[in-house]
Design a protein around this ligand. Structure first.
Ligand SMILES: Nc1ncnc2c1ncn2[C@@H]1O[C@H](COP(=O)(O)OP(=O)(O)OP(=O)(O)O)[C@@H](O)[C@H]1O
Length: 613
């Protein structure tokens, strides 16, 4: 008697749950092999063990270790998210050991119970979660779909998951890309889309690794030459093979495709003649050693040595960036901005976070405005209206005729959310929604509209730590943290002298500063960082009308209790708020007097208010 696939699965589960045995005849071979492995790990289908989590700090390290792969993966995840039409699904990427690095879920999936389990930082290995697409693909290295009751644990029988392996250029499994949804939202083409996205990442990794080599694409059918199914090979300038992607190896099956082989051992004709032809025609004919014919083209020429950094964006006039950590941060934000990925900048007050955000905006090539928004400065009840606009008469004090909101003003440009760590929890949820669909919904009604903005957020606090303490939403943190650039404090920078000299020049002072004075200044702790340095230099130039700064005046300034920097060192909330009061509540004036940022003054006032409440 013929029984349906669903009935076979029900019978198989009954056998598994009663006898802990695997009914191979009732299951697809991949599923029964995975169930067998689960039993061998000692898993009990009725008793799923607690899900393992990595601490936020460990997750951050893992994300950093993913290096250049992560922006590629995130960009593909975004594409995939938009390609999979419909709702109630999630895109996830895990390391080969199952550690989930990133997820993007639509809001309906966000609302389901699964979302608490499928979050960055969880381990989705087969050993911990039983048969599941992420874990089982990592275990086998092959693409798989695990549907409903095929999951080893009952708890996941409402999910359908499709995953594809992502291999690095050296052939090692680099990670697993997954699309999961509620069983009812299952879509036939998901498997193909996930597979294509994984290949796209693999090809991106290949091109990135061989960016200084000659990369050739080829295909047995000319019309597929510019598609994902083309073979890719990288050669050095003398024609020695450096690497080949899996498709290339497949096309040249039986020929030696290991690195180190010469072009001439694989193809007929010389490497020089192939390059010549490639320079003059968009497509050339290539014949391999056994006579198969391919359409080929040189898709990438090595950049001349002097222009290797061509896509890099020079620092703006006045932004000193000779310190290696700052250069790294600049490169990170450039890469993310050019792919429109959200950027998180972390650094102490006055380290140049806003400057770096402006650099990201420049690097993005966006023509729209750069809109800085200080989350700590906006009154809590008005932030949403300020950000997303409001309708006419939406609340007492609302602008007549309504307002478009700051995010709308940044359409085509960049929104810089400073002090994101101070954003109240309720608003974090609203911001998360914006990151999901880039649609702004004005407070009090009004037409929702799509916006195209680059989002850069900055914070002086460790958000991972805030997440652990329950003060910041984990899901928002993981979305914002696509790229985290860290600015070092001034005391740790190797370009202190250049910053000091530059700051003096930019203050319009024709003052000289010698090595001894610089060494003395460099010993200071600079809790207010570059902003504090600028304030101190301003004062020093005022004290020295002869335009010479000497060690004695620096020492005297650091000793005087009322100097801006000394004030900062011994600063307490009470001191800041006292100065603020003394200056009639003028924040900027208080910040200037104390040599701290306006944010520091806001924070002090808020913390005093909290204490008084
Ligand atoms: N790399 C740099 N070279 C020269 N000047 C800099 C550099 N970075 C920052 N500055 C100067 O330091 C001051 C503080 O910079 P910025 O406002 O960008 O810091 P921030 O980290 O955003 O501060 P906050 O946390 O207080 O908002 C500004 O006057 C800026 O021009």
């Amino acid at each position: 008697m013929l029984i349906s696939a669903e009935d076979r699965l029900v019978r198989a589960r009954a056998v598994l749950e009663r006898r802990h045995a695997i009914p191979t005849d009732l299951l697809a071979p991949d599923i029964s092999a995975s169930w067998s492995r689960c039993l061998a790990y000692g898993l009990d289908p009725e008793k799923p063990p607690a899900l393992k989590h990595a601490a936020p700090a460990a997750l951050r390290l893992a994300r950093e270790a993913a290096g250049a792969m992560r922006p590629l993966v995130l960009a593909e995840m975004e594409n995939l998210y938009h390609q999979i039409a419909g709702s109630n699904f999630m895109i996830a990427f895990a390391r080969a050991d199952g550690l989930l690095l990133d997820t993007i879920a639509d809001s309906s999936f966000n609302a389901t119970a699964h979302v608490t389990r499928i979050q960055p930082g969880c381990f989705w290995s087969e050993q911990g979660c039983g048969t599941n697409a992420l874990g089982s693909v990592a275990a086998t290295g092959r693409g798989m779909t695990i549907h409903g009751g095929e999951h080893f644990f009952n708890r996941y029988d409402q999910l359908t998951c499709t995953a594809a392996p992502v291999y690095g250029p050296s052939g090692v499994l680099a990670g697993v890309l997954d699309a999961s949804s509620d069983c009812r939202s299952r879509q036939q083409h998901t498997r193909a889309l996930v597979g294509m996205a994984a290949t796209q990442i693999e090809n991106g990794l290949f091109r990135d690794l061989y960016r200084n080599a000659i990369v050739m694409a080829f295909h047995s059918r000319a019309e597929f030459l510019h598609t994902l199914s083309a073979g890719l090979m990288a050669f050095d300038s003398s024609g020695v093979l450096m690497g080949a992607n899996p498709r290339a190896k497949l096309f040249l099956q039986g020929l030696p495709t290991e690195a180190g082989m010469r072009f001439e051992t694989l193809f007929r004709g010389t490497f020089g003649a192939f390059l010549d032809a490639g320079r003059h025609a968009p497509q050339t004919r290539l014949q391999d050693g056994v006579g198969s014919v391919f359409a080929a083209h040189v898709e990438h020429w090595p950049p001349p040595p002097a222009t290797v950094a061509a896509k890099r964006v020079p620092a703006a006039q006045g932004f000193v960036a000779l310190d290696p950590a700052v250069v790294t941060a600049m490169r990170q934000v450039e890469a993310a901005a050019q792919r429109s990925l959200p950027i998180l900048i972390r650094g102490e007050t006055g380290t140049g976070k806003e400057q770096l955000a402006r650099h990201a905006h420049e690097a993005s090539g966006r023509k729209g405005a750069f809109i800085p928004i200080n989350c700590a400065a906006l009154p809590e009840n008005l932030i949403e209206a300020e950000l997303f606009g409001h309708a006419d008469g939406a609340f007492t004090g609302a602008r007549r005729g309504g307002a478009a909101g700051l995010v709308a003003q940044a359409h085509g440009g960049t929104v810089f959310l400073d002090e994101i760590g101070d954003m109240p929890m309720t608003l974090q949820a609203v911001l998360l929604r914006l990151l999901d669909d880039w649609t702004i919904r004005p407070v009090g009604g009004g037409a929702a509209r799509k916006v195209d903005v680059l989002l850069v957020a900055a914070t002086h606090v460790d958000l991972a730590d805030q997440v652990e303490k329950g003060r910041f939403r984990a899901d928002l943190y993981y979305r914002l943290d696509a790229v985290e650039a860290i600015l070092p404090p001034l005391r740790a920078r190797t370009d202190f002298a250049e910053i000091a000299k530059h700051s003096l020049a930019s203050l319009g002072m024709n003052t000289d500063i010698d090595a001894q004075v610089l060494a003395l200044l460099a010993r200071h702790a600079w809790p207010g960082n570059i902003r504090e340095l600028r304030n101190v230099l301003t004062r020093l130039t005022l004290i020295n009308p002869q335009c010479r700064i000497d060690c004695a005046s620096v020492e005297a300034l650091f000793k005087t209790p009322e100097t801006p920097c000394a004030g900062l060192r011994g600063q307490t909330v009470a001191r800041i708020t006292a100065v603020h009061r003394e200056l009639g509540g003028n924040l900027s004036a208080a910040a200037r007097r104390l040599g701290v940022s306006r944010n520091t003054v806001y924070r002090a006032i808020r913390s005093q208010r909290r204490e008084n409440a």
